[in-house]
Every structure is written in C-alpha cells, then in structure tokens.
Design a binder for this molecule. Structure first.
Ligand SMILES: Nc1ncnc2c1ncn2[C@@H]1O[C@H](COP(=O)(O)OP(=O)(O)OP(=O)(O)O)[C@@H](O)[C@H]1O
Ligand SMILES: [Mg+2]
Length: 261
C-alpha cells in the first residue's frame, strides 16, 4: 500500500462501515437477522429489497440512533453510538424539516450544529438552491413547499453537513423522473470528485446501479443479504448511453431477477 497522508488517515479511522452478525428485533418482529455488510471507506453501497425488510432499520443502526440486539456495528473504526452519530449525516425516509424555520434556515441546521455561524452557513448553502430547483424559495416555510421540494431541502441539509458517512433513505423517491435524473447525475459527479462512504437505500434499481459501487439485495423480513452485485460500468458519455450499455442492461436484469426471486 502506498504511503501518504490519506493512507494514514484511513488507517486511523478504520475501514469504512461494517455490520457483523447484526440482529434487531421490535417486540415479536425480527426486522433484521444475522446481517453482515461491509462498505469500504469512500465507496458507495446501494441497498434494495422489499418493503419492511429492514433497510431503514439498518441505516438507523449505522447512524447510532439505534443499536443492534446482537452483533456489532462499526463506523470508521468506532462502535460506540455517540461516535457513530458524530460521523454520519442521515437523511431519513420522511423529511424532518423544522416547520418554524425557513427553508434556507432548515438547510443550514447541520452546519450551525457544528458551530458554523448562521451567516457563513447561509453563504455556503444559498448557491446550492438553484441547482436543486429551489431558487426563490429560500425564505418560505416547509409547509409552502411540495413533497418533492421538501425532500430536496432535506437532501441538501444532509449533504452540507460535511460528514464522512452519508446515509440516504430513498432520497429522491418523491421527485419527478426528470428532476431525479438531474440530481442523481449531480450526486454521482459530486461523490466521484469528493468521495464519501455512502449507504443508499432505494426502490429504484437504476438509481442503485448509477450511484453505487456495490448493490445488495435484502430478503423479506427478517432482512438478510440475499445477493451482492459489484457494479462495474464502462465510462460512458451521457446518462442515456450508459443506461444502454450491455453492462448496465445485464446488471439491471440481474437485480430485477433477484428482487422477483
Ligand atoms: N421503531 C419501531 N418500532 C416497531 N417496529 C419497527 C420500528 N421500526 C421498524 N419496525 C419494524 O421493523 C420492520 C422493518 O422496518 P424498516 O422500516 O426497517 O423497513 P424498510 O425495509 O425500510 O421498509 P420500506 O421499504 O417500506 O421503507 C418492519 O416490520 C417494521 O414494522
Ligand atoms: Mg424504509
């Protein structure tokens, strides 16, 4: 392994995210059972699977908000819940925007929580509003936005938190397909340029393949890993060209077959 500053930092912070033999129960319901997952640092794992198979449960355990009943969850070398919480930016499935704050102030929350001044947070976040189709809505309250717009604000807030680990729970589910394609492309370029360790839960097979280095299919409850697919795609020009490559078509078919099986 090459010597260098980056390698040293990686060694200090451990090896990405690891779940070993994780079981989580809610009363009689076994949400996940004996789950093993590994997300090497600065790679992106996609999780797909039927409703109720424990995908959101996995994210909340990684984030440190919940703990497994059995097994170990490790995030960048730490297993303590508070340390996991400190490293993760979590975008929950339902947007948890603060109704009394404006949209811009909501998007700034995570930066302000880290001690960035309100003014500086706004300067950093404001330019991103246009990219997400939110320009002109900075001073509105969440109830004045559509569901898809609220979702984009929630996503922005997660991204600007500037954490090593991003946990995204169906981040673009409420977006129309054109907007979704634009945001996916932007996210892929952004994460290629500034890698983070990402777990992405989605019901959208194309989204999983476009954004992930590996996709796991979870079985229905209790959630286990039913299949793993490494995603290796050719460097294609446009999104449409990429979606039409034999590699993409093969991966999409394989993923759909696992989901149907
Ligand atoms: N806080 C909770 N209390 C009780 N049961 C819960 C709780 N959270 C999750 N569950 C149960 O655990 C199981 C897995 O839920 P989870 O939300 O992780 O599924 P999911 O894969 O994210 O589903 P979806 O695709 O519909 O979002 C479900 O049966 C759910 O009812
Ligand atoms: Mg869920």
């Amino acid at each position: 392994m090459a010597q260098g500053h980056g390698e040293t930092a990686a060694a200090v912070h451990g090896d990405g995210i690891r779940l070993s033999g994780v079981t989580r129960r809610y009363g009689d319901v076994v949400a996940v059972a004996g789950l093993d997952l590994a997300v090497p640092r600065h790679t992106r794992l996609g999780i797909v699977g039927p409703s109720g198979c424990g995908k959101s449960t996995v994210l909340s355990m990684v984030s440190g908000l919940e703990n497994p009943d059995e097994g170990v969850v490790e995030v960048l070398g730490d297993t303590a819940p508070a340390a996991r919480l400190a490293r993760c930016a979590w975008m929950p499935q339902r947007d948890l925007l603060l109704p009394w704050r404006t949209v811009l102030a909501n998007a700034c929350v995570s930066l302000e929580n880290r001690g960035v001044s309100r003014r500086e947070a706004r300067e950093r976040v404001r330019p991103l509003f246009a990219r997400f189709g939110l320009a002109g809505f900075e001073d509105r309250r969440p109830y004045e936005l559509s569901g898809g717009m609220r979702q984009r604000v929630s996503f922005l807030r997660t991204l600007v938190a500037d954490k090593d680990v991003l946990l995204l729970d169906e981040p673009f589910g409420a977006l129309d397909s054109i907007t979704r394609a634009g945001v996916q492309d932007w996210l892929r370029d952004t994460l290629d340029a500034e890698p983070r360790t990402v777990v992405l839960v989605t019901h959208d097979v194309e989204e999983a393949l476009l954004l992930s280095h590996e996709v796991v299919v979870m079985s229905s409850r209790p959630g286990r890993v039913a299949a793993r697919l490494p995603v290796e795609l050719p460097p294609a020009g446009s999104r449409r060209e990429l979606l039409a490559t034999p590699e993409f078509v093969r991966l999409r078919d394989a993923l759909l077959a696992h989901l149907e099986g």
